[in-house]
Design a binder for this molecule. Structure first.
Ligand code: ADP
Length: 258
C-alpha cells in the first residue's frame, strides 16, 4: 500500500513516451471487461465495464467485500486487472510501466477512510510532503500548501499535528494533500467512514465544491442517505459485478438516481 506516493519515487521511466493527458471523448477512466482475481481469495471483480467522464462525480457503493476498494486500486494502478483493460487519462493497464504509473499518480488525488497522515508532521508539512515526492520546484511550495489548506477550510491549522485535529479536520488535511498537485480526479475510498454525521456532511460538501471547480470525484461509500439525497451518478457493486449504474442507458436498466 503506497497511498498517494508515486510508485518509483517520481523519477519516471526512460524510453517510450506515455499517453497521459489525452482525455478524449471516451472519458478519463475506462474499464473494459475487467476481472480481478487475487491469488488466495479468488474473484474480486468480474466483467466490469464503465466510463467516468471528465469532471463527473460518481458514487461507488455496495456491501463490504463487493470490490469497491479493488476497483479504486485499479484506477490508481496499485493493482492490475487479471483480464480486460483499465485506461486512466490515456494510461493503459495493459502496457503501463512504473514511470507511466508514477506520472499518472501525480495527477490523481487519493484519500482514504483512515486519513493516512504522517503523525509526526504538521498539517502543512503533510501537504508539503505530497509536493516534495513529486519533485515539484521548491519555490512556491509553501504558498501552494497554504492555498490547499485554505481551500479545505483549514487556513489557521497549518501548524497543528494530526492528533490536535478532529477527525473531520484530519480528513480535510488529507484532501488538501490530495489536491495540492491539481489532480484531474480525486479518488476517495470511504472518506467519511470514520466520521460523525456533521463531519460527514462537511467533507461531502467539500468534495462537491472541489467537483464544481472541475475535478472529477469517485467516492466509495456505504452512506445511502448521502447517495439518496444528492442524486449523483451511482454505481453499485455486488460480488464484484456492477449491478446498477444510474448513468446507464435506461433500456439497460439504469436511468435515474435511486
Ligand atoms: P470492498 O472495498 O467493497 O469492501 P474489496 O475490494 O476490499 O471490497 O474486496 C473485494 C474482495 O477481494 C474481498 O473478497 C476481499 O477479501 C478480496 N481482497 C481484497 N484485497 C485483497 C488482497 N490484497 N488480497 C487478497 N484478497 C483481497
Amino acid at each position: 500500500m503506497t497511498g498517494p506516493r508515486p510508485a518509483d519515487g517520481g523519477t519516471g521511466a526512460a524510453g517510450a513516451p506515455s499517453h497521459t493527458g489525452t482525455f478524449g471523448a471516451s472519458g478519463i477512466i475506462r474499464f473494459s471487461s475487467v476481472a480481478k482475481e487475487y491469488p488466495r481469495t479468488g474473484t474480486a471483480l468480474a466483467g466490469v465495464s464503465l466510463v467516468v467522464a471528465k469532471g463527473e462525480f460518481v458514487f461507488l457503493t455496495g456491501p463490504s467485500g463487493s470490490g469497491k476498494s479493488t476497483l479504486l486500486k485499479l484506477v490508481y494502478m496499485e493493482e492490475r486487472p487479471s483480464r480486460g483493460e483499465v485506461r486512466v487519462s490515456g494510461v493503459s493497464s495493459s502496457t503501463a510501466r512504473g514511470g507511466d504509473i508514477a506520472r499518472l499518480r501525480r495527477k490523481l488525488g487519493i484519500v482514504f477512510q483512515d486519513f493516512r497522515l504522517l503523525e509526526d508532521r504538521t498539517a502543512e508539512q503533510n501537504v508539503l510532503f505530497a509536493l516534495e515526492v513529486t519533485g515539484a520546484p521548491r519555490a512556491g511550495m509553501h504558498a501552494k500548501a497554504a492555498r490547499a489548506l485554505t481551500q479545505v477550510g483549514l487556513a489557521s491549522k497549518g501548524t497543528s499535528l494530526p492528533r490536535e485535529l478532529s477527525g473531520g479536520e484530519q480528513q480535510r488535511v488529507a484532501i488538501a494533500r490530495a489536491l495540492v498537485n491539481d489532480p484531474f480526479v480525486l479518488i476517495a475510498d470511504e472518506p467519511t467512514g470514520n466520521l460523525d454525521d456533521r463531519a460527514t456532511r462537511g467533507i461531502f460538501q467539500l468534495l462537491r465544491d472541489i467537483n464544481a471547480a472541475g475535478t472529477a470525484v469517485v467516492m466509495a461509500t456505504h452512506d445511502m442517505e448521502l447517495i439518496k439525497r444528492s442524486e449523483l451518478r451511482t454505481i453499485e457493486l455486488n460480488r464484484g459485478q456492477v449491478v446498477f449504474d444510474s448513468a446507464a442507458d435506461p433500456a439497460a436498466g439504469g436511468g435515474g438516481a435511486r
